[in-house]
Design a protein around this ligand. Structure first.
Ligand code: HEC
Length: 155
């Protein structure tokens, strides 16, 4: 799972930085691409939920489920690709907007990640529109809170 990889990579980070950074470098491009693909999938998936919140689309439990499934799939794929390992901090040719603070000592990236997992689970447990609308803000907040701490603005 991603969270386990994160914790492992934070401890491994010091070793990677000290000894083998150049070895990890080429693979970092692929890890960064996988991380950005995960986040693009998240952006796409949340769009359908935002449309319901805004009243642009009517509530549909199947749409909610499909969005949450897409996030879970993206999360799992990123874990497989080691998209959050410390070796992905800097690419050779691919630019990342992830802040290096993610991998710094004392980083609460694990907690921010867990908040997102929990918000998805809470939303998945809803069965009607009122429940969905009550649970949605926590998901939006989980995305935003991680971005505020750990993503630098583009451009
Ligand atoms: C645990 C932290 C974390 C969480 C939770 C998180 N993000 Fe991100 N997100 C990032 C980081 C870091 C980046 C920058 C990735 C990079 O450039 O390597 C990013 C980038 C993005 C991007 C830009 C992708 C691109 O390359 O164009 C989008 C869109 C995005 N996130 C959407 C979301 C949405 C929607 C959610 C919630 C459903 C979410 N994110 C949850 C950390 C997070």
């Amino acid at each position: 799972m991603l969270s386990k990889n994160l914790f492992k990579s934070i401890t491994a980070g010091a070793i990677v930085l000290g000894l083998g950074f150049s070895l990890a470098y080429a693979a970092a491009d692929d890890q960064i691409k996988a991380r950005q693909a995960e986040m693009k999938a998240n952006g796409k998936a949340i769009g359908a939920l935002v449309a319901i919140i805004k009243g642009e689309a009517s509530y549909d439990a199947a749409v909610v489920k499909a969005s949450l499934d897409a996030m879970a799939t993206a999360d799992a794929a990123a874990g497989e690709a080691k998209a959050w390992d410390a070796s992905s901090m800097e690419g050779a040719t691919v630019e990342t907007w992830a802040k290096p603070e993610i991998w710094a000592e004392g980083s609460d990236i694990g907690a921010k990640y867990q908040a997102w997992v929990d918000a998805r689970a809470a939303l998945a447990a809803t069965t009607d529109e009122a429940g969905f609308k009550a649970a949605f803000p926590a998901l939006g907040a989980a995305c935003q809170s991680c971005h505020e701490s750990f993503r630098r603005p583009k451009g």
